[in-house]
Design a protein around this ligand. Structure first.
Ligand code: ADP
Ligand code: NI
Length: 218
């Protein structure tokens, strides 16, 4: 990567890091770091544009509707910042398109990744929602929102509207069925599919153990 690009990445990194100091819902700075690293690894394998992938991964949660009160304003701020760093409007658009395409939204995001770079960042973000890290994050998110770990009287919901998906009437265990266990089949790149397979299996084992312990059988 050329020096000018490395400098932009450094600036964006500081900007994002300062913005996500106060998140305790599993969307903290270290989530961003993991997604950046995974994205870069996949970008290398897929010979994608590493600069765009890195910037999109760094910024992917910075204008999310559930994390910021005014996503449009956050995007404008971000664009001004990026342009001040010397990025072209074209590059900014490319990055914002990737970010818009990433979100799962209970399966209600109608946008499909329109570029290889978009597929890669989406894969990396979704990989961080499954496996051992994914289990930690779902518990963290649920606790942060004041929800239960599990309620045996509540069953996972199907065909959720976006409002239902966000309405808080779920437990951490329900979220496995409403989202996490669906992710392995939604991966785009071969590299991510392979990792997802292992992480998925780990979650299945975890759930099996969870129910046994819940019933006092183990
Ligand atoms: P999206 O907004 O695209 O659905 P999120 O950013 O909400 O994706 O998901 C990121 C992570 O936040 C999830 O993988 C999960 O760990 C956590 N999370 C989101 N919604 C819930 C929920 N209702 N219950 C528990 N964890 C959640
Ligand atoms: Ni994310």
């Amino acid at each position: 990567m050329e020096q000018a690009q490395a400098k932009i990445i450094q600036a964006v990194q500081s900007f994002v890091q300062s913005k996500c100091q106060e998140d305790y819902s599993g969307h903290d700075w270290w989530h961003i770091v993991r997604v950046v690293h995974l994205s870069q690894t996949i970008a290398k394998v897929e010979q994608a544009d590493s600069f765009i992938v890195t910037l999109a991964a760094l910024l992917h949660d910075s204008m999310d509707e559930k994390l910021v009160s005014d996503p449009k304003k956050a995007q404008m701020q971000m664009q001004n910042f990026l342009i001040a760093q010397g990025l072209s409007v074209e590059r900014c658009k490319q990055i914002f398109t990737i970010i818009e395409e990433i979100s799962f939204k209970g399966g209600h995001n109608v946008k499909q990744p329109s570029s290889l770079e978009s597929k890669i960042v989406q894969d990396a973000d979704r990989l961080d929602a499954i496996g051992a890290i994914g289990i930690a994050r779902v518990m963290c998110y649920s606790g942060n929102k004041g929800r239960l770990i599990h309620d045996p009287n509540k069953l996972p919901r199907e065909n959720l509207t976006l409002a239902e998906y966000r309405n808080g009437q779920d437990t951490a265990i329900m979220h496995f069925y409403e989202k996490l266990l669906k992710l392995k089949d939604l991966m785009h790149t071969d590299y991510a599919k392979k990792l997802a397979e292992q992480r998925h299996q780990f979650m299945c084992n975890y759930l099996e153990e969870f129910y046994l312990e819940w019933d006092g059988k183990r």
